[in-house]
Design a protein around this ligand. Structure first.
Ligand code: PLP
Ligand code: SF4
Length: 353
């Protein structure tokens, strides 16, 4: 038996170190769970690892008041030590600007609350719905549009899968189920397998899509058991990863993506256009090139959703349009992502360029 809490990083982090005097044989923990338990949760530790000014950590601690700091060590290893403007660091290090109240930046910028449909389901667009598998993530991205999502009351937990699956079963217009979160790959392989089997038992569902940042931030999570589940389901599977900068995609990530590409026919990436991180043509070109090396097609480049606490990442729409034009001049057509924005209430995302 499992409980909802078992799958949240907070819980995992409290697992005790093995006591060698204990006569019980220690449980073998999967590598990815160990890496998640070892993730850095204090900005001071991060600044220490990267030889950054401890004053930065002080500010970060204050800034992480409402949305805790979390980053796995593998992701940190891809950052440049000593560089406070490292594009990976900027995505995860809380800054005091997060506490600013900026007009137009709100708690639910994309209108998800009105689109909630029973326990753990969100539907905005025709034929496809999001199943919120868990509220937990393996990393906390400071620009996340769900940073204030009320997971606790949304039913985003394994306990409510049954209701969500029943809701999908009763609606024949749903052809695609998108596992989302939080990060859906944060849950256990066995639970995920059960969920995929349940969804596959619904005859009108044709496709399974997984929106996840985990292949990038915790590549060891791509286990054989997970690949087996994806390989054996009758559903057409698509995995959409989330990388914003080429430096996120090191050889360990490449290896996991290669293994995944053998069983998942469609691998896509979504990125967010972020000030200081990837708001220049060279960064975006390198990101697309690197994704293609890994067998991943760039799908969306999202303009920032105006969530409270993320205004310092905002890039003007005109800049996005200009950058996409530059990408078109430099890359094959299929390597240019769609610049998109989400308007609450619309029947699809809006393609800007
Ligand atoms: C982005 C999103 C989707 C997927 O949209 P596509 O254009 O199919 O990629 C589906 N549901 C919700 C609620 C979304 O925000
Ligand atoms: S992994 Fe995705 S859901 Fe989680 S904090 Fe980052 S952007 Fe948000």
């Amino acid at each position: 038996m499992t409980t909802a809490q078992t799958f949240f990083p907070m819980e995992i982090s409290t697992v005790r170190v093995i006591d060698r005097t204990n006569p019980q044989p220690p449980m073998v923990r999967e590598v990815w769970k160990q890496e998640l338990a070892d993730a850095v949760r204090d900005p001071a530790d991060l600044c220490d690892l990267l030889h950054l000014d401890p004053a930065l950590a002080q500010k970060s601690k204050k800034a992480s008041r409402d949305f805790p700091f979390l980053v796995p060590r593998g992701f940190i290893s891809r950052m440049q030590p000593g560089d406070p403007n490292d594009p990976l660091l900027l995505q995860v290090l809380p800054r005091l600007e997060e506490l600013d109240d900026v007009p137009g930046f709100v708690s639910d910028p994309v209108g998800e609350q009105p689109a909630r449909r029973g326990a753990g389901l969100i539907q905005k667009y025709h034929g496809r719905c999001l199943l919120l598998v868990t509220g937990g993530c393996a990393v906390h991205c400071r620009y996340c549009f769900r940073r204030e999502f009320p997971y606790a009351e949304s039913g985003a937990s394994p306990a409510s899968f049954v209701d969500a699956v029943n809701e999908i079963r009763a609606d024949e217009s749903i052809h695609e189920v998108i596992l989302s979160g939080g990060d859906p790959l944060l849950v256990d392989d066995t639970l995920l397998e059960t969920l995929i089997d349940d969804i596959a038992s619904i005859s009108h569902v044709r496709r399974l899509r997984i929106h996840t940042r985990i292949p990038v931030v915790l590549p060891s999570r791509i286990t054989e058991q997970l690949l087996h589940s994806l390989n054996t389901t009758r559903l057409a599977v698509c995995v959409v990863i989330h990388a914003n900068h080429a430096a996120e995609l090191d050889s360990v990530v490449a290896d996991s993506m290669r293994r995944m590409s053998h069983v998942v026919p469609i691998l896509l990436n979504q990125a967010v256009l972020l000030r200081g991180v990837n708001d220049n043509a060279e960064s975006l070109i390198q990101l697309s090139e690197k994704l293609l090396d890994l067998g991943v097609t760039p799908y969306y480049l999202h303009l920032l959703d105006p969530v409270r606490g993320a205004s310092h990442f905002d890039v003007p729409e005109e800049t996005g349009v200009r950058l996409i034009a530059e990408l078109r001049n430099r890359l094959p057509g299929y390597a240019v992502p769609r610049l998109a924005r989400e308007h609450p209430g619309n029947l699809s995302k809006t393609w800007i360029a």
